[in-house]
Design a protein around this ligand. Structure first.
Ligand code: GLA
Length: 348
């Protein structure tokens, strides 16, 4: 394993770096401390050809301007919080609303828009950010570290840790868009997805969970067997109306230990992504809001559904949903979460 550092761009007079973690054989992951973003993941197809399987940009300036969270770390609270409001220990809090009437992905200047400090490791890079009290409306100082590690067998692990000096909601995730064909000029509808989830959390017309945990059985949300993403996306299910496709949290079967949440196979390249996580939920987003306006690496316009996201997380709107696993971190407690993205090729 090697880890190289190089300049990526400049922000407010400071040089922002990028770190390249390379495995023997050349497979590599590149990250930047700006937004903690994954810039690229180059892994082999079944013929051994390396291809970049994530969406993103060539320049730092484009990440600064981006509004769709390409590759970014998300915090303090992933996904939506209704009205940006929650009440904690009797105190009402108002967060900025940046998605219709709701708060999304930590707010407009969430963890995806800050410069993390970075420390290279033998096999990865450790990022750290201290979010001050009042940052995007959240209470208490929060110190977060996220460690990316790449392995010789092409597994990218992401370890999240956080501590706060006052109670605050915390729900960290990673918002990389994948296209395992390595060809974002094509959509991802032929990727075969398997999710380890018997239930999902249906949403209202602003994409806030209704509170229900509905069985996937007999619905287009049943990915318990490998199924092309596009197989039922056009079937007119009422849950597709607001998000224009999949943009839903799935209730994983896992028990809090690192467990397989999703497996995705791209049949032509043979590339396989397995996602293991300690999180109870997984947001599957089929890239419905991509419309060709964002122009990515190599000048490729990111069209409708040319990438998909799998965001391991606690459930959306958890601070307002007593039946969902809590996202409140209290002083003296330690937030930990781990996700592993394991790349390989299908033998069949
Ligand atoms: C998340 C949300 C989506 C969308 C994307 C970014 O995955 O759930 O609704 O906002 O981020 O466009």
């Amino acid at each position: 394993m090697t880890v190289e550092r190089a300049p990526f761009g400049e922000l407010d007079g400071n040089v922002v770096e990028m770190f390249t973690m390379r495995a023997p054989g050349g497979a590599e992951v590149r990250v930047t401390p700006y937004g903690g973003a994954i810039l690229s993941i180059r892994v082999p197809d079944r013929d051994g050809r390396l291809g970049d399987v994530v969406l993103g940009f060539d320049t730092l300036a484009e990440y600064v301007a981006d509004t769709a969270y390409f590759g970014a770390l998300i915090g303090r609270h992933a996904n939506r919080i209704r009205g940006g409001r929650f009440s904690l220990d009797g105190t009402a809090h108002q967060l900025p609303v940046n998605n219709g009437q709701n708060h999304l992905h930590g707010g407009p200047r969430g963890f995806h828009k800050v410069l993390w400090s970075a420390r290279p490791l033998a096999d990865g890079v450790a990022l750290e950010y201290t979010s001050p009290s009042g940052d995007e409306g959240y209470p208490g100082n929060l110190r977060a570290t996220v460690t990316y590690r790449w392995s010789a067998d092409h597994a990218l692990s992401v370890d999240y840790e956080a501590e706060a000096d006052a109670a605050t909601p915390v729900n960290l995730t990673q918002h990389t868009y994948f296209n395992l064909a390595g060809d974002p000029a094509r959509d991802i509808l032929g990727h075969r997805l398997q999710l380890n989830a018997d239930r999902f959390t249906p949403v209202d017309d602003t994409l806030i969970p209704t509170g229900e945990m509905a069985p996937v059985e007999g619905t287009p949300f049943d990915f318990r067997q490998p199924t092309p993403i596009g197989a039922q996306i056009g079937d007119g299910h009422a849950q597709f109306d607001a998000p224009g496709g999949y943009d839903h949290n799935f209730v994983l079967r896992g028990d809090g230990s690192l467990s397989l949440g999703a497996r995705v196979v791209e049949p032509e390249s043979g590339r396989v992504l397995e996602l293991l996580t300690t999180e109870p939920g997984l947001q599957f987003y089929s890239g419905n809001f991509l419309n060709g306006e964002a122009v990515g690496k190599g000048g490729v316009p990111y069209r409708h559904r040319c990438g998909f996201c799998l965001e391991p997380q606690h459930f959306p709107d958890a601070p307002n949903q007593p039946a969902f696993p809590s996202t409140i971190l209290r002083p003296g407690e330690r937030y930990t979460s781990r996700t592993v993205y394991r790349f390989s090729v299908a033998v069949d």
